[in-house]
Design a protein around this ligand. Structure first.
Ligand code: PMP
Length: 393
């Protein structure tokens, strides 16, 4: 029976990582997988995370099950972090999930239960897993124009025009900040226009926020999601702690649902039900670490300070790369790299030139030309800039 199984397409990023490992050239640069790395190429355990884990080892007396929705204190802490005071707590249903991916998956399944006819409108491009999970769950993904390959900013006119074609009850999937893969984001005035369109067309807003604190700051990066949550009738929010707490492998995420026309306890029951069907109790360790940090003023301040260092280091690399490219190319056409926010920038070139940079200069980036800015350091920025200009990007 298992002989009926067909080969699954190889994951592009994982294939790229394997090729990078096998490349013997010493000056090779890995800009592939979306993991933060410091200047030494290490993904460190954050200080506050180490301390919270130490406290947990000392004080935790049971590893028994917690609750289908996860620890309520985790939900409270994450709602505070992502939504602040923008929405009344009792109108939010929330469950802990295995990472942001778990939250995205549960959100799509909830959509499927609530409105099997709904289509999900996704930015072109978006995180590839959005599209593949939608397909797997059996929901049609409809791309809307997003990345302008000329300006490398957002094609906002095109975006509004495409979203204007959505049918009532459809879902608009938005990246709360630090768009993956492009790095190009809406400003708040544009967010307001998207919110108006969503309300006018009676759509559901889904916000995926996986990089809070990586763009313009913890509060700044939450402004858009807060605007949506407080002004759209039906909102789903998928949050991830993988990046901003650096706890990728602990699988720590959250799904929130806010609805003006449904009863919160019923929405909550459905979220709990989905957890029960898919994996029963969500992972607890990462969630408890996050709760420990967010509820202890000292740990929270230390975490926020370390996250700010991470954010500023990526911003510094962006500025250095944009400047280096300006000098080498004698033009300002790469200025967008300093305007983009988050861990990624899509330089907007062809798979052929991406391949040329890999062959000629040992630069490893995803074929859609997304580069992980955190894969750079002082020494590799000039190598990358030279490769980009030499390849004729
Ligand atoms: N959404 C987006 C846009 C992402 O980039 C990621 C991480 N690559 C996730 C969700 C989920 O991450 P994780 O499951 O590791 O928390």
């Amino acid at each position: 029976m298992l002989s009926n199984l067909k080969a699954q397409p190889a994951d592009k990023i994982l294939t790229l990582m394997a090729a990078y490992r096998e490349d013997p050239r010493p000056a090779k640069v890995d800009l592939g997988v979306g993991v933060y790395k410091n200047a030494e190429g290490v993904t460190p355990v954050m200080r506050a995370v180490k301390e919270a884990e130490r406290r947990l080892v000392e004080t935790q007396e049971s590893k028994s099950y917690v609750a289908l929705a996860g620890d309520p204190a985790y939900a409270d802490a994450m709602i505070g972090l992502i939504l602040g005071e923008s929405v009344a707590r009792d109108s939010i249903a929330a469950v802990a999930t295995p990472g942001g991916t778990g939250a995205v998956r549960q959100a799509f399944e909830l959509i499927k239960i609530a409105n099997p006819a709904a289509k999900v409108h996704v930015s072109n491009p978006t995180w590839p897993n959005h599209v593949s999970i939608l397909k797997y769950v059996g929901i049609e993904a409809v791309p809307y124009r997003y990345f302008d390959t000329e300006t490398r900013g957002v094609d906002f006119e095109g975006m509004l025009e495409d979203l204007g074609k959505a049918a009532e009850g459809d879902v608009v999937l938005l990246h709360g900040c630090c768009h993956n893969p492009t790095g190009a984001n809406l400003n708040l005035t544009q967010w307001q226009k998207v919110v108006d369109l969503i309300n006018e067309k009676k759509l559901l807003a889904m916000v995926d926020i996986a990089y809070q604190g990586f763009g313009d700051g913890l509060e700044e990066d939450a402004q858009a999601v807060r605007l949506v949550a407080s002004s759209v009738a039906n909102v789903l929010i998928a949050g991830s702690c993988s990046k901003n707490f650096g706890i990728y492998r602990e699988r720590t995420g959250i799904l929130m649902a806010i609805s003006a026309d449904a009863e919160t306890p019923i929405v909550q029951q459905n979220l709990n039900f989905l957890n029960r069907q898919n994996y029963s109790f969500p992972p607890d360790h990462g969630a408890r670490v996050v709760t420990t940090i967010l509820t202890d003023p000292e740990l929270r301040a230390d975490w926020a300070a370390e996250l700010e260092e991470v954010r500023l280091s990526m911003l510094g690399l962006r500025e250095q790369l944009a400047e280096e490219l300006r000098e080498r190319s004698g033009s300002d056409r790469f200025g967008f790299i300093a305007q983009h926010r988050g861990m990624f920038s899509q330089i907007g070139t062809t798979p052929e030139l991406v391949e040329k940079m890999r062959v000629d200069s040992a630069i490893y980036m995803v074929s859609d030309s997304r580069m992980n800015i955190a894969g750079l350091n002082d020494k590799s920025v000039p190598i990358l800039a030279k490769a980009i200009v030499d390849a004729g990007v």
